[in-house]
Design a protein around this ligand. Structure first.
Ligand code: HEM
Length: 525
């Protein structure tokens, strides 16, 4: 819409009120006068904020905004932000690049594979915008939000060689299998106790245990009598992660307006409290491991950090931040992807039968599916790719990027300090990118080799470029193995209509937890 029309619309409202008030009694007139004065002030404010193409935050860059832009946005886009932004980009012919304002923050959004590649893989957008809650929760000293530079590179190198290397992922298969057994046990329990299964709780707990093993090596610690912190510390850490998700998902005015001194919803206070609880608990775990002195013989991430050569050692505070981030990042995405996958499997019985047939053909029922079988299960892999296309856990690629210098993107000038987002959900649902995009059809990935690891921006649910997700191989290995194991064991049926409603919090969750029936499969069915 033309900005000038919006000016007129806003200015018209108070003048109409004024005109009406002439025909009313004195008391009414006074009330209406006050009302239109109020509306006038609001409309003036809105005009200032919104009529600048791209919104208020772009007011100093109007000359550069010759490209397709959109009017300013209210900061709170709600639980379907990815959908609203996709519609806005499409309506304003700004799929390649759209400029918006989140309060006083300048933002560009790409809903197109080409500009997405430029943002994610170019050198200009190697930083991340840091919100207040993120900083208060110590994430600015961890991989995800550390400013691009020496420290970030150092952390990334340690993590790739010790936490996410193929060898390390393979060495954790035993524990993933133990958890898969637990999942199967819990499913049987729930079926006999409640008559149906609600998977969310089971998957969240399993995902938490999996990450805790990788980060702290909990299976060993459980048997360690010298461990005087107590095993409920892992439950406590799980609760802290949950609270962290709530706080990061909470809207904080200070992130978008110059209102840093205010704390309307008490977010700052709660972040401070949570950060100090996390600090105390994780520091005690670190200290205990030091005292035990067995870290040189172990291969969990904490032990690796403690065994680094002197010149590479991190301070205790940085170690706390890095370990806390790994747990925080590793739990939610995996559990959410598993729940979406199971929802689709329950909904599409034909696809489920095909996947089970594939498992029966290559693995059979006499032994459990193993990591090494996954390469022989292309249809199962295709199902998970299709789920990542239709329900990417990070539809806006989670944590955005920040330009570290001025740059030209798609021939448009982008000043340093601009936040950039990629609407991966919009790209994955775009009919000009994907044929029949709303249909769940894993077969589309059987037609050729399609990598979802970041080389093809038509579907890059783990991001791309230097800040792409380092946990993608671990996350995928976990999801593939657990889905294969529970498909091998049970036939999954709906216990009520499957609701595919979405809710974007920190990740894109199912709005309502999936409930279904799990019926044990026999060799012949
Ligand atoms: C299904 C599972 C997962 C999905 C869909 C996912 C998705 C993402 C996305 C979209 C990004 C941003 C990438 C970018 O800016 O280009 C990211 C970053 C990150 N992820 Fe994941 N992730 C998953 C699993 C994990 C796991 C298991 C871990 C760790 C245990 C992890 C740790 C991280 C970290 C540390 C970053 C920040 C990287 C950096 O800024 O250098 N992720 N993830």
């Amino acid at each position: 819409m033309e900005p000038i029309l919006i000016w007129f619309a806003f200015l018209l409202i108070p003048y109409c009120c004024f005109a009406i008030s002439f025909y009313q009694t004195a008391a009414w007139s006074l009330t209406l006068l006050l009302l239109f004065f109020y509306i006038f002030i609001i409309s003036l404010f809105l005009n200032l904020c919104f009529v600048v193409p791209g919104g208020f935050a772009w007011k100093n860059h109007l000359k550069e905004l010759s490209w397709n832009t959109f009017l300013g946005l209210l900061p709170q886009m709600g639980p379907l932000a990815h959908r609203k932004l996709a519609v806005m980009a499409s309506l304003s012919h700004a799929k390649r690049l759209m400029a918006v304002s989140l309060g006083s923050t300048r933002v560009i959004i790409s809903s197109h594979p080409e500009t997405a590649k430029e943002i994610l893989c170019g050198a200009a957008f190697s930083d991340r915008p840091i919100r207040e809650s993120t900083r208060l929760l110590m994430f600015d000293r961890a991989i995800g939000f550390a400013p691009y530079g020496m420290y970030w590179r150092h952390l990334r190198r340690i993590a790739s060689s010790h936490m996410f290397s193929p060898k390390r992922i393979a060495s954790l298969e035993g524990f993933r299998q133990v958890i898969a057994n637990n999942i199967i046990e819990k499913v049987c329990e729930e079926m006999s106790e409640r008559g149906f299964v609600e998977l969310r709780g089971i998957l969240q707990k399993s995902s938490l245990d999996n990450v805790l093993e990788s980060v702290f090596g909990i299976s060993d610690l459980g048997n360690n009598n010298n461990n005087n912190i107590g095993n409920n510390k892992w439950d406590e850490l799980g609760l802290m992660v949950k609270e962290g998700y709530e706080l990061i998902g909470e809207f904080n005015w200070a992130d978008y307006f110059l209102l840093g001194f205010l704390d309307f919803c008490g977010v700052k206070k709660r972040c401070h409290k949570l950060a100090s609880r996390v600090s105390v608990l994780v520091s005690r775990i670190i200290e205990e491991r030091r005292i035990n002195g067995d870290f040189k013989m172990r291969n969990d991430f904490l032990s690796v950090l403690l065994s680094l050569p002197q010149e590479d050692l991190l301070s205790d505070a940085d170690m706390v931040a890095v370990l806390w981030e790994m747990v925080f990042r590793g739990v939610d995405n995996v559990a959410i992807l598993l729940e979406w996958t199971m929802a689709r499997i329950v909904l599409h019985q034909d696809i489920q039968a095909k996947a089970q047939h594939e498992i029966d053909m290559y693995v059979g029922q006499d032994r459990h599916v193993q990591d090494s079988d996954i390469a022989n299960l292309p249809y199962l892999q295709a199902i998970i790719k299709e789920v990542l296309r239709l329900h990417p856990p990070g539809p806006l690629l989670s944590w955005a990027r920040l330009s570290i210098h001025d740059v030209h993107l798609d021939k448009c000038f982008i000043p340093a300090g601009t936040t950039a987002m990629v609407n991966m959900w919009a790209i994955a649902h775009d009919p000009s990118v994907w044929a029949d995009p709303w249909t769940f059809r894993p077969e589309r990935f059987m037609e050729g080799d399609f990598s979802i690891m970041g080389s093809d921006l038509r579907l890059a649910p783990f991001g791309s470029g230097r800040r792409a997700c380092p946990g993608k191989a671990l996350g995928l290995a976990t999801v593939q193995l657990w889905v294969a194991r529970i498909l091998q064991k049970f036939k999954w049926l709906p216990s009520q209509a499957v609701d595919l409603g979405e809710c974007l919090k920190l990740s894109l969750e199912m709005k309502k937890p999936l409930r279904c029936y799990a019926v044990a499969r026999s060799v012949n069915n």
